[in-house]
Design a protein. Structure first.
Length: 340
């Protein structure tokens, strides 16, 4: 199942209500919970998001629903990916962050930036990769609208790409697209994205190296251990939710719209148990943080979803037969402290 952070529907309940619709009913019909909408620490079904957005446009008779919703969102919905992008040195570095780490926002999204041969222009493209093919023109325009707002955050409020590429028939008059994107639309195109001037990438940003590196460390840990199958997706969700402490079987199963027993059965078919997956993610994260960062042990315990540092200590003795302090000292070539 493809997932995406709950922030992807930020502003949805309010917009639907303003248009005379019932957001609670539309979300429920799509298999989504209204309490998850707008939350960065919760992942929801991408198929459910498509159903909610497309049905809202249809039921309220709003042809530009996706673009309207995008106008209520911005770079903040991308969570740590957006934060890493805006603390980059240049716009080009920010695009590289999206290309490398967008899966931390949604494993179903791919972005690429390629040079156009014989031109001073580039093509930015995004794709939504789903298990089944679904028509989603409103979600595509929502994504294009958010991408435009991210560009305007990075480059300037009046920024406009050279062209916008829309992979479906126009949902509104051409003039509406020109007014919204500030450029000519290419509809029924083979891709979703923008054509931009290469010179745009060299523009400097408000670089914050310390914050930027910390965010990259976090994102590397999130995306480094991706693997196929349900077990891989469960690990991804657990890894993202560990700092919240909300990694119960029931909550994680709900992220996949599965009954807890159904989730356990499907994991068993792949040779895993839920408990072993959670423990494995904690072990991998603990070892990486201890060996590669200066994160305090108290903070590390919270990152692993533990309520007390003593639980971290017991876990490290079980995993590595050593204390967290000794593991960190050994990683730095120091003598280990005497242990009892």
């Amino acid at each position: 199942m493809s997932l995406i952070r709950g922030t992807c529907l930020s502003g949805y309940p309010e917009l639907v209500a303003e248009l005379g619709g019932d957001p609670s009913r539309l979300l429920a019909d799509a298999g989504l919970r209204i309490r998850d909408i707008g939350r960065n620490d919760v992942f929801i079904s991408y198929v459910g998001v498509i159903a909610a957005v497309e049905s809202a446009a249809a039921s309220t008779g709003t042809a530009d629903f996706g673009r309207r919703l995008a106008s209520r969102q911005g770079i903040e919905i991308l969570g740590p990916v957006g934060s890493a992008a805006k603390t980059s040195a240049t716009v080009g570095d920010a695009f590289a962050i999206f290309d490398t780490y967008i899966s931390a926002y949604s494993p179903a999204i791919r972005t690429t930036l390629t040079a156009l041969p014989g031109s001073t222009r580039l093509r930015f493209e995004f794709r939504i990769v789903l298990d089944k093919r679904l028509a989603h023109p409103q979600v595509t325009e929502l994504s294009l609208g958010v991408a435009l707002r991210v560009c305007r955050f990075l480059v300037g409020r009046d920024y406009a790409p050279v062209a916008v590429h829309i992979p479906h028939a126009a949902l509104a008059p051409r003039a509406d697209y020109v007014a919204y994107f500030g450029c000519a639309p290419s509809v029924d195109d083979r891709l979703s994205g923008f054509t931009i001037e290469a010179a745009t990438l060299s523009r400097p940003l408000q670089h914050d190296d310390i914050t930027h590196q910390a965010l990259l460390d976090y994102l590397r840990g999130v995306v480094a251990t991706a693997e196929p199958g349900l077990a891989g997706e469960v690990r991804d969700v657990v890894r993202r939710l560990l700092p919240t402490g909300a990694v119960t079987l029931e909550l994680i199963a709900a992220q996949f719209s599965l009954h807890p027993k159904a989730l356990q059965r499907r994991l068993a078919l792949e040779g895993h148990t839920y408990g072993s997956l959670v423990d494995g993610v904690r072990r991998e994260s603990a070892e990486r943080y201890l060996r590669e960062t200066e994160l305090s042990l108290t903070h590390l315990a919270r990152e692993l979803g533990y309520s007390e540092q003593s639980v971290l200590t017991r876990s490290c003795r079980r995993w590595f037969n050593d204390s967290p302090a000794n593991i960190r000292r050994q990683a730095r070539g120091s003598e280990p402290a005497a242990t009892r």
